[in-house]
Design a protein around this ligand. Structure first.
Ligand SMILES: Cc1ncc(COP(=O)(O)OP(=O)(O)O)c(N)n1
Ligand SMILES: Cc1nc(C(=O)O)sc1CCOP(=O)(O)O
Ligand SMILES: [Mg+2]
Length: 570
């Protein structure tokens, strides 16, 4: 009893201080509400009156309030999911993923799990009326852009969620149909399935089942191959969501994480290399939250899925050796980007050759011709799916180049994309870029190595097997090899052709990216030369001498990813 009075007194004090924030004409309304409200409320499980929370119904007329509205709209995701005491998945993963993608995240807790890296030891499901109350609290007050759902453990919770979404419509709904934890424990029973299929999926912009969940949604149809995933995506699409992403991370006998996205018209196969690590707990929640975060920022579904996959791949790679907990599946680190900045290196010593997949190389002349700033051009390229960027600004003044490089670095890092500088070690050092690209007449790579911090990436242009051998001795990370085809972008460039490229790749111990005259019509022919260390294509004019950089990058990304997939399947 004493404790009850004490709690009430604290609450009254809090309300008084809250009142000071409100304009004077709302004070009387607030105090009237306080006087008439009960400090006691019922715990719906025990039916006991508890002083747990004060139900305040101060519907302050916001339009008449004189409080200043913040000027900047913050992209906002609301996650409706379960808590994971181990911090790797659920609400905790969603909060971290949104924060890492620079998006605000509010939370509605549907269940509290006692969970660690070994498994799920207990689940306490929230009463549906309290889930409804949390939803109302957030959605009636905050400007939520996207709702993302995770663990929905009872049919009643699915029902109140759908009601809330109809009452407070948002820009997009991302449904991660969580049914089984990574440790194999059930998180939602069959009783939830009907509501999910009939009420929630029709409201969704995208649903993201893994192969097991896709199979459960389809009543047990086996999903064991990429063609099964395509068929499953189509059938789930018939349940009403606008897009279906079937995640193939658990596909047996696959060296890659292949996901299939179906948008109602066509398929996109998205491929990421499988990271060999135990730390995969929470990848599903994180992927869905990243998609939600990117949608909240205004990306298209395809862009959002690509950015989310890239984020997961980078985070898993960065955290593959960390040890948290003693169980089979550990959590990973969502905040690798922060550490990258503090440690002044991109991936410490870990250059990822897969980043060479689609290498966007800028050109100041082309940007001038199309009236674009360097940073606008780079932003469009990374939004379109460029996996690494090089600033090749042959005519820029040093000061202007440095300012642009700093701006581009911010953009690239917000997408987890490395940024290299062509020729100019001074600019790379001054802006703390991720590395440099050097030609045969630029500073030798072994000298650049002594100037740059450990872990900074060095790429070297090579046309012959001898140059490739030297690049390896000099400590380069990758080779840029061309011209594969004639180009007008680089004056008097020698064309080595497809055969020259193949000869160089076979002689090289380093990963290679092809360059020179590469465009959508010939990218497949380049990637089909059948050598494992050819990792991608570097492109200037086919991206930057076009009206819409983003569209061209998306298109080329799709083509080069498909070619890599074909190569791996062959
Ligand atoms: C990825 C990639 N490959 C090759 C080059 C060409 O570099 P270089 O020979 O130094 O010629 P310039 O680009 O400096 O004219 C490149 N830039 N990127
Ligand atoms: C910068 C550069 N280096 C080359 C090499 O052969 O090393 S070819 C090239 C220009 C590539 O431009 P585009 O994609 O417009 O043909
Ligand atoms: Mg050069």
């Amino acid at each position: 009893m004493v404790r009850k009075r004490k709690t009430s007194a604290i609450l009254v004090k809090k309300i008084m201080s809250y009142a000071q924030l409100l304009p004077a004409h709302l004070h009387s309304q607030l105090f009237k509400q306080v006087r008439s409200s009960s400090f006691l409320c019922q715990n719906s499980k025990t039916n006991q009156n508890i002083p747990r929370r004060l139900v305040l119904n101060v519907q302050a007329d916001r339009s008449s309030a004189t409080m200043q509205k913040p000027e900047m709209k913050v992209p906002h995701v609301l996650t409706v999911a379960g808590s994971d005491s181990g911090g790797g998945a659920g609400i905790q993963a969603d909060l971290k993923a949104c924060a890492a993608r620079q998006v605000y995240c509010s939370t509605v807790v549907t269940a509290v799990t006692a969970q660690n890296t070994v498994g799920v030891q207990g689940v306490d499901i929230m009463p549906e009326d309290f889930v409804a109350e949390q939803l109302k609290s957030v959605l009636s007050d905050m400007d939520v852009d996207v709702v993302k759902t995770g663990m929905l453990p009872s049919p009643g919770i699915v029902r109140v969620l759908c009601q809330s979404l109809r009452e407070f419509p948002v820009k997009a709904l991302v449904v991660d149909p969580v049914m089984v934890s990574t440790s194999g424990d059930a998180l939602a029973g069959p009783s939830v399935l009907d509501g999910l299929r009939e009420e929630l999926l029709p409201l969704a912009n995208i649903v993201t089942p893994n192969i097991k969940e896709a199979s459960v949604l389809l009543g047990g149809v086996p999903v064991r191959s990429v063609s099964d995933m395509r068929a499953a995506a189509k059938l789930i699409h018939d349940m009403g969501p606008r897009n279906v992403l079937v995640k193939g991370g658990d596909l047996p006998n696959s060296s890659d994480a292949i996901d299939v996205l179906f948008d109602g018209e066509g398929f996109h196969e998205l491929c990421a290399s499988r990271v060999n690590t135990r730390n995969t707990h929470g990848t599903g929640c994180t992927l869905a939250s990243c998609i939600a975060a990117e949608l909240a920022k205004g990306s298209s579904v395809l862009e959002a899925v690509r950015a989310a996959k890239h984020f997961i791949e980078t985070a898993l790679d960065y955290s593959k050796d960390i040890v948290i907990g003693n169980g089979a599946q550990g959590p990973f680190d969502h905040f690798f980007a922060l550490k990258k900045v503090h440690q002044s290196s991109y991936r410490q010593d870990k250059f990822n050759p897969n980043d060479l997949l689609l290498y966007a190389v800028t050109d100041s002349g082309m940007n001038r011709k199309w009236g674009r700033s360097i940073s606008d051009a780079v932003k469009a390229a990374v939004e379109g799916g460029a996996t690494i960027v090089q600033l090749r600004e042959k005519h820029a003044e040093t000061r202007e180049f440095l300012d642009a490089a700093k701006a581009c670095l911010k953009i690239c890092h917000s997408y987890g994309v490395p940024l290299l500088i062509n020729d100019r070690i001074d600019i790379a050092l001054a802006c703390n870029a991720d590395g440099v690209h050097l030609g045969q007449s630029d500073m030798p790579a072994h000298v650049a190595r002594t100037l740059l911090a450990p872990g900074k990436i060095i790429g070297v242009s090579c046309k012959t097997p001898e140059q490739a051998q030297q690049a390896w001795i000099d400590g380069a990370h990758y080779i840029g090899s061309g011209g594969v085809y004639p180009t007008t972008t680089k004056e008097d460039n020698i064309t080595i052709g497809i055969d020259g490229l193949k000869e160089l790749c076979l002689a090289s111990k380093l990963p290679v990216v092809a360059i020179g005259g590469i465009k959508p019509s010939n990218v497949r022919a380049v990637m089909e030369i059948g050598v494992p260390n050819l990792k991608g294509v570097a492109v200037v004019s086919a991206l930057f001498d076009r009206e819409c950089i983003k569209t061209e990058t998306e298109n080329l990304h799709t083509l080069v990813s498909e070619a890599v997939l074909q190569k791996k399947r062959a």
